[in-house]
Design a protein around this ligand. Structure first.
Ligand code: PFF
Length: 454
């Protein structure tokens, strides 16, 4: 496809909802609340916010610069700017990480579908707490239903992606994202107004810094990358569909603000209710699927709230999974010259198989371990804790040290047509060149035990 008739986002609102749609997902509504719960509450949130502002904003910005400059998929982008350089690793990471993330993301997406249907039955919420736990175990560990749900979720994502950027991704994000915001707000208000919710609010906002350890830092960094869709070429790919007239700094700022706002809102929707009903916040990944129905059961109109909540999770998940799929599809169409349809089909087949393995690893394949981890955990761990931070590090090194400074400035200022203040410019360049790489390298080294801080 020539660059002239390459598909792209049609409007500024379209760009914003699509990028925010990618960022806001299971990472905010499913992963963030239990990470906060497992890592001591407010102290984790403060570290997370610092990482987001100091490290992730410059990376998001850098990915946009690479994408829009080259108008190509992540691999093709680096190939254009630095052919045959080791930075092509960024392109390889983008495809591998997309497949890894989709292979567990689509399984959790499938659970959200299952839970929407479950919420319609009156038996579901009349079950006792322990029963809800066994219901979740059964839903995630049986063979046929979770695999079918995973394939259904993947299939729906594929249908959107096959329709392209303007008529697929942009069109659906415009409807789904505002609906998502409205529903999470509603739940947060309901949760905060419950009797006994104050302890949950305190848990979210009063930090206990003695809770911070080396593990907290790594968990917070991995969460920030995952939540903002960084370090794997997703923003490079979406950036390549952004018009030359858009202000990349503004889009980055708004995306980061929206994603962080959604994470905090999700915390407010979950934690006050968890405390109000005397449930432990450190439940891990099952927090949303076991604990929340327990809470819904004790609320008026519990079924309706339950349907709304799992529908929210589903919407959030699908607007992110389409961005993950697009990374692979853009690579297939532009580098391997396949049609969009064939590319989507191949991606569907690969993720269909790996996702099935990861679904089965919660059941019959629970004892099959690779590097000591089940398939599900392996895909999650490798992507968030290894591939995304390494990819993010390479991206800032690339933009900071390898790309021509004139090109970077040209993208930053839209060819000199928007003025960015000198101090801000200096700060951006300083963070991209020094602060981000050093800090990410530091966290990575401490995660493999080469540096010990705590
Ligand atoms: N940011 C998404 C979430 O928070 O659920 C997950 C994700 C999407 C990660 C796209 C990476 C990515 F490229």
């Amino acid at each position: 496809m020539s660059e002239l008739n390459r598909d792209g986002f049609g409007s500024r609102f379209g760009v914003l909802v699509a990028v925010a749609g990618s960022a806001v997902g299971l990472g905010n509504l499913w992963r963030f609340p239990y990470m906060v719960g497992n890592n001591g509450g407010a102290a984790f949130i403060i570290i997370y916010l610092l990482f987001v502002i100091l490290l992730c904003l410059p990376i998001m910005f850098s990915e946009f610069i690479i994408g829009r400059r080259t108008q190509a998929n992540a691999f093709g982008a680096i190939k254009k700017l630095a052919p045959k350089s080791p930075f092509l690793t960024i392109g390889v990471i983008s495809v591998v990480a997309s497949i890894c993330i989709m292979s567990f993301y689509s399984v959790v997406g499938g659970w959200t579908l299952e839970y929407i249907f479950k919420s319609f039955s009156s038996d579901f919420l009349s079950a006792s707490g322990s029963n809800l736990e066994s219901q979740f175990k059964e839903a995630s560990s049986s063979t046929i239903v979770p695999i079918a749900s995973h394939l259904a979720f993947l299939g729906l994502s594929a249908l959107i992606v096959v329709a392209g950027i303007k008529n697929g991704i942009e069109k659906y994000s415009k409807i789904l994202m505002p609906a998502l915001f409205f529903l999470v707000m509603l739940l947060a208000v309901r949760s905060i107004t419950l009797d006994g919710s104050a302890a949950g609010v305190k848990f979210l906002f009063y930090p206990d810094f003695s809770k911070i350890t080396g593990a907290t830092l790594i968990a917070a960094l991995g969460q920030a990358f995952f939540s903002l869709s960084l370090g794997m070429g997703c923003i490079i790919t979406y950036g390549s569909y952004v018009k030359k007239s858009e202000n990349l700094f503004k889009i980055s700022l708004m995306t980061v603000a929206a994603d962080t706002g959604f994470a905090i809102l999700a915390g407010l929707a979950v934690m006050p209710a968890v405390f109000a009903f005397g449930i432990s916040p450190g439940q891990g990944p099952s927090l949303v699927f076991i604990t929340l129905p327990q809470i819904f059961a004790q609320l008026p109109l519990g079924n309706v709230i339950s349907i709304a909540f799992f529908f929210i999770l589903f919407i959030a998940a699908i607007t992110s999974s389409i961005s993950l799929l697009e990374v692979i599809v853009a690579y297939f169409t532009e580098e391997l010259k396949l049609t969009r349809k064939t590319s989507v089909l191949i991606a569907f087949a690969i993720i269909g198989v790996f996702g099935t393995l990861s679904s089965l690893s919660n059941g019959v394949l629970a004892d099959v371990k690779v590097f000591g981890k089940t398939f599900f955990d392996l895909f999650d761990y490798t992507s968030s804790n290894v591939l995304l931070p390494v990819g993010g590090l390479l991206v800032v090194l690339f933009v900071g040290w390898r790309m021509k400074k004139a090109d970077v400035l040209d993208e930053l200022t839209n060819g000199g047509t928007i003025s960015v203040r000198g101090v801000i410019l200096k700060w951006i360049l300083f963070t991209i060149r020094f602060l981000s790489p050093v800090a990410i390298a530091f966290v990575l080294l401490s995660s493999i035990g080469l540096i010990k801080m705590f």
